[in-house]
Design a protein around this ligand. Sequence first.
Ligand SMILES: [Mg+2]
Length: 271
Amino acid sequence: MAAGIRLLSTDFDGTLIGHPSDGRCIPALARALAGFKASGGLWAVNTGRSLAHAIEGLEIFHAPVEPDFFLTHERELYHRDPATGKWQDFGDWNRVARERHAELFHRSGTIFAQLQAFVAGMPDVTLIEEDGHTAGLITSDETTMALVAKGLDALRADFPDFSYQRNTIYLRFCHADYHKGSVLRELCRLLAVPAAEVFAAGDHFNDLSMLDPKVAGHLACPANAIAEVKSAVTAAGGWVSGRRFGEGIAAALAAVLRAPKKTRKKPAAVF
Ligand SMILES: [Mg+2]
């Protein structure tokens, strides 16, 4: 196993591919992913996308190898069913997550009413309705998103388990127990892979929960990552790349996978 790393957990948009971009995997990243999989490693795409949107993105991405797992919506866990070959729930995590979110959103009517009043005067904010409830929102730009997030933090003060995941101009409401970090921990539990053998890479707020040494022992982010992500990766002794998007992750992966174990915990490097 390459450098003792058994599982990659990579964000997709802004990490493996740029935005905007043609959505294709760059050659250096293709080589890194193929080499890792050839050594027996497992790859999970850990994204805010839906499963269908993630599959669509990976088809355009044209990686030389397929992910073993999709972690979608910042909380759901899928693997290929050995019998059907289709992407299916892995374990009962998704069922429990859906039940807990249905219960949370059912009793959160007050906060949704307050939210609607809060954004009523903000033409740059669009609420997203899914399955009969307000699932999230989109803003026109990240400055507006910062304002909305600040307002939401005040509104949810009385709802400790009501949270959200925020990524550029997109925000999804969720239970505080569910995020990229917790779904990755569940995958590690099912696979019996310790955090020390996990590599995680991301670029934005919704990646912070997995960019945690308790979740992944090896962390990286591309040069385009937000300051909060770079700080978290640096604090954990991870790799803050000087290159953007897939170029940065390819360089980080190559560096981490070739590094002897005893030197992998060195302070953050820019390369
Ligand atoms: Mg991203």
